[in-house]
Write a new protein. Structure first.
Length: 148
């Protein structure tokens, strides 16, 4: 956890599917992950959020990014590449959370320095379980880098 134990972890969820976003947030809540989750719908919005531009001028810096790969306007690979090449954001852990099980997608995500790759199961309960386990790992076990 960043800072003191009283500071909530800020999560940026980059997900274009409203239903997947809702399920992800619900799964995190049911796992008692009470941290702040902010959602944007594509890579362009995510960059505006990270750079605190436009409607995101007062956005808080995320401590963790949950990233879908299949996004409109700027896909997850493009966004991941920008994040990891920018010294201001490079240390923010990025969890790729996507439906793809393809080796090429996994390899490309790691080549672009994703911190981990998690495939979303199709079955509802499995999806909820995977998100809960991912949340528990990244928010309870892992020490996240301090905000810069």
């Amino acid at each position: 956890m960043t800072g003191t134990s009283h500071e909530p972890i800020q999560i940026l969820l980059v997900e274009d599917s409203a239903s997947d976003a809702e399920l992800t947030i619900d799964a995190l809540r049911s796992a008692r992950v009470l941290n702040a989750v902010h959602r944007v719908c594509d890579g362009v919005e995510a960059l505006a959020y990270l750079r605190r531009q436009g409607e995101y001028a007062t956005a808080t810096r995320p401590d963790l990014i949950l990233l879908d790969l299949n996004l409109p306007r700027m896909n997850g690979y493009e966004l991941l590449e920008v994040i990891k090449q920018d010294d201001s954001f490079a240390l923010i852990p990025v969890v790729v959370l996507t439906t793809s099980h393809a080796d090429r997608d996994i390899l490309r995500s790691y080549q672009l320095r994703a911190n981990c790759y998690v495939s979303k199961p199709v079955a509802l309960q499995e999806f909820l379980d995977v998100v809960q386990e991912t949340g528990n790992f990244w928010l309870q076990l892992v020490r996240l880098p301090p905000a810069r």
